[in-house]
Design a protein around this ligand. Sequence first.
Ligand code: MG
Length: 259
Amino acid sequence: MKRNVCVAKCCMFTLACLFFVSVSAQEKVYPEPEKMTPGMSEFWVPQPPVVQPGDQYTITAPSDAIVLFDGTGLNAWKSSKDGSEAKWTVKNGAFTVAARTGDIETKQHFNSFQLHIEWTSPVEVKGTSQGRGNSGIFLQGMYEVQVLDCYDNETYSNGQTGSIYKQARPLANAMRKPGEWNVYDIIYEAPTFKEDGTYRTNPTVTVIHNGVVLLNHTTIVGTTEYIGFPKVVPHGAGPIKLQDHGNPVSFRNVWIREL
Ligand code: MG
């Protein structure tokens, strides 16, 4: 009899414990997810090796290219903000970011393409890291290939010249000195989408900077975000968009071939 009472007490104690554990689990309060800050998507190491590019070169537009800037005017471009005339400065066969007038973009939209664009960082070196000679080339208006004065200017590797900003670090740093002309040849393959709006095939990009491959058929995983992670946003053909980051970066000899 005494043994039966003992067994009953044990069972009740076990049930009480299970109940307590069950209630505790239901009432457990998890902490709020940490709020994303810009630094959380910056990666500083490894830094791409510095490569001295070969001699200066330029290539004029092939016969089937669409010329987006021939040195004379910004007729092929408009303000991204309101579609009005592009307000950047045209001088000596180049055009320069007019700070705080906003991004500009091509009137024409493109799918997959080969883009040639030459650019130079301001001769007067100002600022550090992302504050020095910053602009950018947005492929289909969505995905930024970084333009930055990375000559003797340390910054996070996935934000360097030729990175897919905050996604893919470049394989090398082939930057010329401020005031010297850099050449980008960008081969871009546009994404395709499923009916649910996710990628069927991701966009990919190859970036050659002054004859040096920085990105080699690199997969783009989503939109360019300053804070947080890339997002997948369905889109069709889009413009080439250039960024006004407040620094007087100049561009020249811009042409594109549709693929
Ligand atoms: Mg930029």
